[in-house]
Design a protein around this ligand. Sequence first.
Ligand code: NI
Length: 151
Amino acid sequence: MAKRNIVKVGDPVLRKVSRPVEKFDDRLHTLLDDMVETMRAANGCGLAAPQVGILRRIAVVECVEGEVFELINPKIIAFSGTQEEQEGCLSIPGEAGITRRPKYVTVRAQDRNGNTVEYTGSDLLARAFCHELDHLDGKLFTDCAIRMLND
Ligand code: NI
C-alpha cells in the first residue's frame, strides 16, 4: 500500500464529474487500499477518488475505526430526516461549516469485486456518505454549507 497526495481546493480535478468504474481488477484494489491508507494518515473519515486525482466513482468511508466502507459506483437510493452538523474536508484544510444533510441515508454501490451492496447509515455515517458521493459529482461541502465556521 502507498499513501497518495490529497488534492487541495482550487485544483480543477475536484470540480469534475467522475466516470463509472468498469473494471474490478488489481489496479482498483490497489487504489482502494491506497485510499484507505491515505484517509487514515490524514485522520479523515472519508475520501473520494477525485481527491487523489482519479476521476472515477470510488469512495472510502471509515467513521468508526475498522468499519471501512468501499463504495464503487455508489448511488443514494433512500434518505430521510435532516441533520445540521459540522463538516470538513481533507481537500479544504482548516475550514469547517455547518451543512444540512439527511439523518439517514441508504447507498447502493458495488464492492471491490463488482458485487452489489447496500449500506444504511445515520448521523455521521450518513453525512460521510453524502459528502463523499458529492465529490464524485464535483461538489464540495462549502457549496451546500448553511454557514461556515471561523477558526
Ligand atoms: Ni471531502
